[in-house]
Design a protein around this ligand. Structure first.
Ligand SMILES: [Zn+2]
Length: 152
């Protein structure tokens, strides 16, 4: 295994769904999928540094807030883009068309939003450790309950 530090910065690591501790290992098992269950299938541990990806029971419940914030940000961006490119007026239905467009956009981006939410969420609880090879990941096993694992 290489001893070089990860070249990824914080944002690149989050956006590519990497383990926040080593910024190398992938959080998710496979590529983005349309099936919610496959899409959110995570590696139990980071395949590179061994960081557990679920650090307590119900750890990812809070991601709905992250997903909500990302959805609002996308909606604002799409409204501004619509306003600049297509325009808005009170005299026709362009705003309604934007609403429909935005709804489709948000639904279509769900697989990515759900992953990004988890990626950002875990990055706020697990710190980047440039010397991860020299340390063990923090032991969270007492906060976990096998029966409640991935309990959704
Ligand atoms: Zn890792």
């Amino acid at each position: 295994m290489s001893t070089e530090k990860s070249s990824r910065g914080y944002l690149a690591s989050c956006l590519t769904c990497r383990c926040p501790r080593c910024r190398e290992g992938k959080l998710f098992q496979g590529p983005v999928s349309i099936k919610p269950k496959n899409n959110l299938a995570m590696n139990r541990q980071c395949p590179v540094c061994g960081q557990p990806t679920e650090i307590e029971v119900g750890f990812y419940y809070g991601t709905s807030y992250v997903s909500y914030a990302l959805s609002v940000a996308i909606s604002v961006a799409s409204l501004i883009a619509w306003w600049v490119i297509i325009g808005l007026s009170v005299y026709d239905n362009r705003f309604v068309y934007w609403l429909i467009f935005n709804a489709v956009l948000l639904i279509a981006s769900q697989p990515w939003l759900m992953r990004l939410s988890r990626s950002f969420w875990i990055s706020w609880f697990v710190k980047y450790d440039p010397d991860w090879q020299a340390h063990q990941p923090e032991d969270f096993s007492e906060r976990l309950n096998a029966d409640q694992g991935a309990n959704w």
